[in-house]
Each structure stands twice: as structure tokens, then as C-alpha cells.
Design a binder for this molecule. Structure first.
Ligand code: NAD
Length: 416
């Protein structure tokens, strides 16, 4: 059973939903599979593409496109379903969708990637659109990919349709603030959770797994808010400094000078010694004795094999599905607080929604306004989830699923 179905089943049991109603709510409304031929080096390679349209009960389908060899119907269905519930928790008037192409993009040139993206867009053009289904970037896709999709879709349609995708470059109709939205949203959720626990961010130690879009912007925002980020990693491994890393410097080095994270150690200003800096593996990072652990890389990182060794009392799920069902049970049993992905990483889709609104209305909002609206929306969602968690005596994850299931089950006409 998919992890998301496990949590939905628990929420349905709690709400007394009949099995047939749950089946309707949890099964995708439409699944689309396409094949895309691509000419490469005198031969034709065939790629498989997917778009899962999970639920449109609250609005157009919304969710990312992932380019990865492992993406298939099964994976896309889990991720599409998560989007339905995430949009429900945030009270956005959107449904859930997800998709992608089974491809290792590192094996293709930029021209081949563009040709593949444009061919995929033509194949799915009939089922996407600003009022039907609005893709966005996900793993291995980026603003440039979205600009190609917008352009190709408009060629098929014969007129402008900027709202067909979100996460576009600002000059191609994207929103200010989208790049940092998921990380910023995660910190807003964390600050609200800490307020409820009577804790202040100053000097709380955080380990962040993943230093891509989500992990880097999360770490930057954590540093700004006074947290001490002591460990960071990427797919090759990580670095640790007990007194805290200097995130802004690290980000500049990685982002602009393409330095390796493992060969970088910028510690916090104020006299920490470089000798205390050490390399560590991703497995070691997850098991550090820190106040907060933020898995912000890939799925299934906290499992039944390592759950007993995870020491952080608070786990902020910034990646999608970073915790297996078994690990969730072990950690919850041990009293560790899991802040679930469908709340913690919803900042991205929230600003995607703002981007879509700007496109539909022909408006351009300044970054400060976008980020303020993001904070307001994330704070409100966290308060509602926390209140339900306390009132019903259930985990934050179950509270989030209960709220989402109720909202998707009984959609309001103007739910925002
Ligand atoms: P990204 O590709 O920009 O970054 C991923 C990071 O994880 C990189 O630093 C990479 O080196 C690292 N990584 C990859 N494999 C790893 C491994 N085995 N161990 C440790 N680190 C590894 O991706 P992203 O956009 O930052 O997304 C990260 C996660 O957040 C994904 O699960 C994604 O679905 C989720 N998410 C992203 C957004 C968004 O707005 N980008 C929104 C919601 C959820």
C-alpha cells in the first residue's frame, strides 16, 4: 500500500468514512501515459511520460513534473495524491496532479532535453491548461523547463496562456519569491510549531539533508532566524561543525563557484575553529544529536532500519515522503514530533498558486508582498493543524490528513 493511502485510511477511519467513499476520493480521476520518440546520434530512443490527475474537486489539477529514471505510474500516483492533500491542508482552490518522464537527464544534452520536453508537452497538451491542469518544476526540472512548456503549449493553442505552468522564470511570467518559497515556508511552519512548544529559535541546532533548491533556501532562512545549522549534505555526503556553519557563505561558494559541499567549511562568524569541521555521510547526518532534523533531499530516508537511531526531537519533513510508514510509527511512539511534508513543504505550491493568480489577472506582485502572503498562509495552516492535533489527540500528520480529507470531501465554492 502507498504511504499516502495508509495515512488516508487512518484519517477515513477517524472520520467514519465508508470504504466506497474513500475509494472515490483516493483513486486518481485520470492517468495519462505517453511515449515520446527522440532522435539521438542517428538512432531513435523511446521515453515514457506520465501525468496523473488525482483530484479536481477543489480546482484545477496542480503538481510537478519530475525527470528521473525511477518515475513510473506507481510513484507518480503517490506524489499526485500527496498534492491533493497538500493543497487541501493549505486551503488552496486547487486539486492534485503529478507526472514526469522516465529519463536520466544527465545523459542528455540541453538541446535533447528541450526537444523531449516540447514533444512531451504536445502529447499532453489536450489535458493540461490554466483551468485544467497546471504543472510545475520538481526533481530535475526547473524554470527553464517550464518556459519551454509554456512556449510549446501556446504554439499548440495559438494564443497566450502563461498560467499553463508555474515556476517559470520571472521574465517568462514567473512570480518573484518562487525560488525560495518552499524553504521559507518550511521555516514559517517551524517557527509556529516552536511557538506552540514555548521554544525560541536562538541556538537550536539543525541538520539539513539536501542542499538543492529546498535545502539551501531552508538553511538560509534558518540562519536568518537565529537557528544554528550545524550540518548540511548533498548526494555525495556532508559537512558538520558543532558551532554552526555559515550558510550564506556556503551558498555563495556552492551556487556561484560550484565548489563541492564536502570541500567547503564556512563556520559561523565569531571565532569557530576550522579544525572542528568534519565530513560526514548522509547516514551520519540523519543520526546527529541535534534539536531539529530537516530531510530536504529525497524520499524514504527515515526507515525502520535507522529510526531507532534518529535522535532529533523535531523532524521537519521538507522532502516529499522522506519517512516510511514504519519509521513514522517508531518515531511517533518514541515521542519525536514529525512535522509532515504535506504541511512543511507546501510553500512551493502556495507561491505557485500566487503565480497562477498573477498570470490569470495580468498582475505582477512585488517579492515582499508574495513572501508576506506566503507567511500568512503557512502560519494559518500550521495553526489549524496544531489546533486539530491538540483537540483530537492525534499526530500532526493525521491532523493534516483529517483537515485535508474534510476539505476535499466537501469542497466549498470559494475555498481560499
Ligand atoms: P534539488 O534537485 O534541487 O535538490 C536535491 C538535493 O538533494 C541536492 O542537494 C542533491 O544533491 C541531494 N540529494 C540527492 N540524492 C541524495 C541522497 N541520496 N542523499 C542525500 N542528498 C541527496 O531538489 P529540490 O527541489 O530541492 O527538492 C528536494 C525535495 O523536496 C524533493 O523530495 C522534492 O519533491 C521536494 N519538494 C520540492 C519543492 C520545490 O519547490 N522545489 C516543493 C515541495 C517539495
Amino acid at each position: 500500500m502507498l504511504a499516502v493511502d495508509h495515512y488516508l485510511k487512518a484519517a477515513a477511519r477517524h472520520l467514519g468514512l465508508a470504504a466506497d467513499e474513500l475509494a472515490v476520493l483516493s483513486t486518481p480521476e485520470r492517468t495519462v501515459e505517453v511515449t515520446i520518440p527522440l532522435e539521438r546520434g542517428g538512432k531513435t530512443s523511446l521515453y515514457h511520460g506520465y501525468r496523473i490527475q488525482h483530484s479536481s474537486r477543489r480546482g484545477p489539477y496542480k503538481g510537478g513534473l519530475r525527470y528521473h529514471p525511477d518515475i513510473d505510474m506507481h510513484e507518480a500516483r503517490l506524489l499526485a495524491s500527496l498534492m491533493t492533500w497538500k493543497n487541501g491542508v493549505l486551503d488552496l482552490p486547487l486539486g492534485g496532479g503529478k507526472g514526469g518522464i522516465a529519463v536520466d537527464p544527465t545523459g542528455l544534452s540541453k538541446e535533447e532535453l528541450e526537444a523531449l520536453t516540447r514533444a512531451f508537452t504536445r502529447r499532453i497538451a489536450a489535458v493540461i491548461g490554466p483551468e485544467q491542469d497546471i504543472p510545475a518544476p520538481d526533481v530535475n526540472t526547473n524554470p527553464e523547463t517550464m518556459a519551454w512548456i509554456r512556449d510549446e503549449y501556446e504554439k499548440v493553442l495559438g494564443k497566450p496562456a502563461p498560467g499553463v505552468v508555474t515556476g517559470k522564470p520571472v521574465e517568462a511570467g514567473g512570480s518573484a519569491g518562487r525560488e525560495q518559497a518552499t524553504g521559507e515556508g518550511g521555516v514559517t511552519v517551524l517557527l509556529e510549531v516552536l511557538k506552540n512548544l514555548g521554544k525560541k529559535p536562538e541556538n537550536l541546532q539543525v541538520a539539513v539533508q539536501g542542499f538543492g533548491n529546498v535545502g539551501a533556501h531552508l538553511a538560509l532562512a534558518l540562519e536568518r532566524e537565529g537557528f544554528r545549522v550545524v550540518a548540511l549534505s548533498d548526494s555525495h555526503g556532508g559537512i558538520y561543525h558543532p558551532k554552526g556553519l555559515h550558510i550564506e557563505e556556503t551558498y555563495q561558494a556552492i551556487h556561484w563557484r560550484s565548489e563541492d559541499l564536502q570541500h567547503t567549511c564556512y563556520c559561523t562568524p565569531g571565532g569557530c575553529s576550522l579544525e572542528d569541521c568534519r565530513a560526514l555521510t548522509n547516514a551520519e547526518l540523519l543520526e546527529l544529536e541535534v534539536d531539529i532534523l530537516a530531510p530536504a533531499a529525497i524520499d524514504n530516508q527515515l526507515t525502520k532500519e535507522n529510526a531507532q537511531r534518529i535522535k532529533a526531537p523535531i523532524i521537519l519533513e521538507m522532502a516529499n515522503n522522506p519517512t516510511t510508514v514504519e519509521a513514522d510509527e517508531i518515531l511517533t511512539e518514541r515521542g519525536q514530533l514529525l512535522v509532515p511534508d504535506i504541511l512543511a513543504n507546501a510553500g512551493g505550491v502556495t507561491v505557485s498558486y500566487f503565480e497562477w493568480l498573477q498570470n490569470q489577472r495580468g498582475e505582477t506582485w512585488p517579492e515582499v508582498e508574495v513572501l508576506q502572503q506566503l507567511r500568512d498562509q503557512m502560519t494559518k495552516a500550521t495553526q489549524v493543524v496544531w489546533e486539530r492535533h491538540e483537540r483530537a489527540g492525534v499526530s500532526l500528520r493525521l491532523a493534516a490528513f483529517l483537515i485535508a480529507l474534510e476539505r476535499v470531501r466537501n469542497p466549498q465554492p470559494n475555498a481560499t
